[in-house]
Design a binder for this molecule. Structure first.
Ligand code: SD4
Length: 336
């Protein structure tokens, strides 16, 4: 699965949201989540942290890789592949909500702490966009491939074309078409279930992976923050890693994940870095009360944190203290 960076170098030398809609995942089950606590002592690695409840299953797969001494990059890819293949997760990979033309298009990116990264956007009919993104990173001189070109590359790399629109998503889409005469994508605080996953391995390397079907009923061709390095995710071995969930347009405006990492570089705790990045998002988006944005962060010393606009966001952590859900603090108080 891992193509060494050296082989890439060789290759390079050879080639010169307001109205709630039932279609969006509604209330998150945050019952089991505990308020996030600042770590007293840096726990060290390995660590894996991922967005939302579906992060638990992804973390489990990533943790197995880390526990066995695998790399942060392998763990990140392995973890989010679980979510991509789960048809019950309606906002990632198989079974993801389609765009407003009824087509499922996927965005994904992967990055290691050394600075290598790969990404795909608006990719159709491929089950594991994260693995295609990794091949972009290791097998091409590029960082990002989009649309038909990304699909062509995936098929050339041996990824089999797969129908991603499940019956459940097709039915929801039909219902949305019938109910929404304006044919406009909804913007609201609930349209936000990307998996973003961050890892720290035993060697002290960090990595990030992010994969999504994007905003439900988006314009065909719309690309969100998730495949954009610096917006949807960022990783730097000198500092740590961050990833975002929520309304991608708002995250892009603030270069959200890069900002979180840079704030940690300045000395901020992961939670405080996420909070300050959310404040920046708020400053850049006058409609911030109508959207959700959340960040999670992993410091290279093993500390984790998160922060969001609205309180319906939680995240999964697996570290030396075990596996758990955590509830980050939010700009809008829980009882408002
Ligand atoms: C996007 N950020 O495409 C993604 C949407 C999402 O959790 O579901 N985020 O804007």
């Amino acid at each position: 699965m891992n193509t060494p960076r050296s082989s890439r170098r060789k290759f390079l030398t050879k080639v010169p949201l307001v109205a709630a809609t039932p279609l969006l995942v509604a209330c998150r089950d945050t019952i089991n989540a505990q308020p996030a606590k600042a770590s007293v002592a840096p726990p060290g690695g390995p660590v894996v942290i991922a967005t939302w409840q579906h992060g638990m299953a992804a973390n489990e797969a990533a943790w197995k890789v880390l526990e066995a001494g695998g790399s942060a990059l392998d763990a990140a890819e392995t973890g989010v592949r679980v979510t991509e293949a789960d048809p019950e997760v309606r906002t990632v990979g198989l079974g993801g909500y389609p765009d407003r033309d009824g087509i499922v298009t996927l965005d994904a990116a992967i990055m290691d702490g050394g600075g290598d990264c790969g990404s795909v956007a608006a990719l159709e009919n491929i089950l594991h966009p994260i693995s295609v993104a990794r091949r972009v990173m290791t097998e091409t001189p590029h960082v990002m491939l989009v649309g038909a070109g990304a699909r062509q590359f995936a098929i050339a790399e041996g990824f089999a074309p797969t129908e991603l629109l499940t019956e459940a998503s097709r039915k929801d889409y039909q219902k949305w078409l019938e109910e929404d005469g304006n044919y406009r994508p909804p913007i609201n605080v609930e349209n936000h279930d990307t998996i973003g996953l961050l890892t720290l391995d035993r060697e002290g390397n960090v990595a990030a992976a992010c994969t999504t079907s994007g905003a439900a009923y988006k314009y065909h061709g719309r690309v969100g923050d998730s495949p954009i390095v610096g917006a949807g995710l960022y990783a730097d071995n000198e500092v740590g890693a961050a990833t975002a969930t929520g309304w991608g347009e708002a995250v892009i405006r603030a270069c959200g994940s890069f900002l979180v990492v840079e704030l940690m570089r300045q000395g901020h705790d992961p939670t405080e870095a996420c909070r300050l990045a959310v404040e920046r998002v708020i400053a850049k988006n006058p409609d911030w009360k109508d959207i959700q944005v959340g960040f999670i962060a992993l410091h290279k010393d093993g500390r984790t944190g998160g922060y969001c606009i609205h309180p319906n966001f939680d995240y999964a952590v697996h570290d030396a203290r075990g596996s758990r859900m955590e509830l980050p603090e939010s700009k809008v108080p829980r009882d408002e």
